[in-house]
Design a protein around this ligand. Structure first.
Ligand code: SRM
Ligand code: SF4
Length: 570
């Protein structure tokens, strides 16, 4: 849909209701009307079709195998074990492909049929989780550092992020009427104070990071809040945030007007100013974002088109205060910390390495059964949380010491204690969903990842550097859902079996990678990596990571990294 059609559709949608009720009631097709497919996104669901079946269905003169993906709004990815069990039960009943943890700390349910959309959404809401604004031209699921080490700070940051997520929800009651049978109040006021009648020009994303961990990839967000901590009385306390704006990953092959971009540092704010800052940034983008070309409609282009100084000034004017100079801050890692970590309060946290976030029983690794068993064990323990990480993994947080042995036994018994023996490459790798559900996929990603990492691991071993830590990310197209442009090695899909090979990001989420080889197949990818691994094995400095080595050795000319303070708005 082109931009002007999308803008008209939003404006005339009767508060995102459109003709969804009629589309859903139409039993002749498994599809929705085109306009309703767009509006459905604002309710947290995408119409898709099973691409593995497309050709066969076409031959049989059948319509595509339409099905729906549903995405939760779970700020910071926090669920109770009881909620996990409820979603597991709903997914088992309605979602052909079960639960999938996303790169934004949400759960996706794939393969839901049209007639089962409503019961599925009702089931999710019965678990006190909703899907409002999980997709669409609005603020999406707010991501939050999943670092369990600093739990007091984590709790404060999480509370702010959850409050912000609520604050930025659309006001329309359409969701409650369509899916939860709320009566429409005659003359009810759907006015969208933050969004207006046409919502945002495009999606909008916010993430909260707590250094030294950059698991949310703060510089890839439209708006990133990087917590500033200061030691007081022997422990770290939250004093405010360094704010970054204008990050984004998406691009289009062959279109130089589109590109991945890291956010710029705007400055420091006190923690009480989070909501005012977010509203100022969001409404600036609402009013000045490009509404005539959806490919150029993200905040990153608004900033590049109008200038960073203008943008910062506009945000300050709207917020009613000026940014202070950023406080020093540094990240050391943008992956997860796997295995057991002791918390401040005597409880422990276990981060499991879930391959591509896919929760299913697969051979010896019985993720669905194992996590169900763990949720049953933990559901009566107060304060235990299932935390989805922004790297598609799962942290079982707040486990009482007395249960640790049983948790270990259950994880081992179900073959999901992969944090112990998976290689660093496998544990940290990210793959987007891609085929068969993603309508935009040009190549495989999630389904190809295990075979790919096995081959790359073998290559590392052949050079005597088995187990070297390495962030590899793969996406089935240039939209960048696995944040591939921040991978030390990344494959970006071009066509079936063919990828762009990108190299040289750091492992902190502060430097983008660079195109190294265009449109190559697996044999060419491995052949390209082979001599680089050989050099890395012999020439690397102590502790030097692969991405940093490639830049130092001059293999690639990397774009400048974001550190704080660096590239400050004037
Ligand atoms: Fe994404 C579109 C999956 C995180 C950038 N993304 C899609 C769609 C909905 C395809 C579509 O529009 O038809 C994919 C559905 C696939 C499927 O079958 O499930 C999809 N995106 C995902 C997920 C599930 C990837 C994953 O494997 O975990 C992530 C869900 C996040 C969530 O829970 O909200 C996901 N997508 C991202 C991220 C990473 C992030 O946000 O941290 C990005 C890059 C950051 C950014 O937004 O720039 C991302 N997705 C895109 C884009 C490019 C947007 C752009 O402005 O350039 C698209 C295409 C679009 O919007 O037109 C897209
Ligand atoms: Fe689909 Fe492309 Fe996103 Fe992968 S990166 S999920 S292929 S839109």
């Amino acid at each position: 849909m082109d931009a002007s059609a999308a803008e008209t559709l939003k404006r005339d949608s009767d508060g995102l209701r459109g003709t969804l009720r009629d589309s859903l009631a139409d039993a002749v097709t498994g599809s929705l009307r085109p306009g309703d497919q767009v509006l459905l996104k604002f309710h947290g669901s995408y119409q898709q079709d099973d691409r593995d079946l497309r050709e066969e269905r076409r031959r049989q003169k059948l319509e595509p195998a339409y099905q729906f993906m549903i995405r939760t709004r779970t700020p910071g990815g926090v669920l109770s074990p009881a909620q996990w069990l409820q979603l597991d039960a709903i997914a088992s009943r309605y979602a052909e492909r079960g639960l999938r943890i996303t790169t934004r700390q949400a759960l996706q349910l794939h393969g839901v049929l049209k007639r089962e959309l409503k019961p599925t959404l009702q089931g999710i809401n019965a678990a006190l989780i909703d899907t409002i604004a999980a997709c669409g031209d609005v603020n999406r699921n707010v991501t939050v550092a999943a670092n369990p080490l600093q739990s007091a700070v984590h709790a404060s940051v999480f509370a702010q992020a959850a409050a912000l997520s609520e604050h930025l929800l659309p006001h329309t009651r359409a969701y409650y009427e369509l899916w939860l049978d709320e009566e429409r109040i005659a003359g009810g006021d759907d006015a969208e104070s933050h969004y207006g009648a046409t919502y945002l020009p495009r999606k909008f994303k916010i993430g909260f990071a707590i250094p030294p961990l950059n698991d949310v990839d703060a510089f890839a967000q439209d708006l990133g809040f990087i917590a500033v901590l200061e030691p007081r009385d022997g422990r770290d306390v939250l004093v405010g945030y360094n704010v970054v704006a204008g990050g984004g990953m998406g691009a289009t092959h062959g279109d130089a007007d589109t590109y991945p971009r890291l956010g710029d540092v705007l400055g420091f704010i006190h923690s009480g100013d989070v909501i005012a800052t977010a509203v100022a940034v969001l409404t600036t983008q609402r009013d000045f974002g490009n509404r005539s070309d959806r490919k150029r409609a993200r905040l990153k282009y608004t900033i590049d088109d109008r200038g960073l100084a203008w943008f910062k000034g506009e945000v300050e004017r709207r917020a009613g205060f000026a940014f202070a100079p950023p406080r020093p801050s540094a990240f050391d890692h943008n992956g997860d910390r796997f295995g057991w970590v002791d918390g401040e309060d005597g409880r422990a946290h276990l981060t499991l390495a879930v391959p591509s976030g896919r929760v299913r029983d697969d051979g010896d690794a019985r993720w669905q059964s194992g996590l169900r068993a763990l949720a049953l064990l933990l559901r009566d323990s107060e304060g235990v949380q299932f935390r989805l990480t922004p790297n598609q993994n799962l942290t079982l947080a707040g486990i009482p010491a007395a249960l640790r042995v049983r948790v270990d036994a259950l994880a081992a018994g179900h073959g999901i204690d992969t944090w112990r023996d998976a290689t660093p490459l496998q544990r940290d790798a990210l793959a987007c969903v891609a085929l068969p559900t993603c309508g935009l996929a040009m190549a495989e990603a999630e389904r190809y990842l295990p075979a790919l990492t096995a081959k790359v691991d073998a290559l590392l071993a052949a050079h005597g550097i088995a187990g070297a830590p390495l962030h590899l990310r793969i996406s089935g197209c240039p939209n960048g859902c696995s944040r591939p442009y921040l991978g030390e090695i990344a494959l970006v899909g071009r066509a079936p079996g063919r990828y762009n090979l990108m190299l040289g990001a750091d492992h902190r989420g502060q430097r983008l990678n660079t195109l190294y080889r265009d449109n190559i197949d697996e044999a060419q990818i491995l052949a390209a990596l082979d001599p680089l691994f050989a050099r890395y094995a012999t020439e690397r400095a102590t502790g030097e990571r692969f991405g940093d080595f490639l830049v130092r050795a001059g293999v690639i000319a990397a774009p400048p990294a974001r550190t704080i303070p660096l590239r400050l708005a004037s």
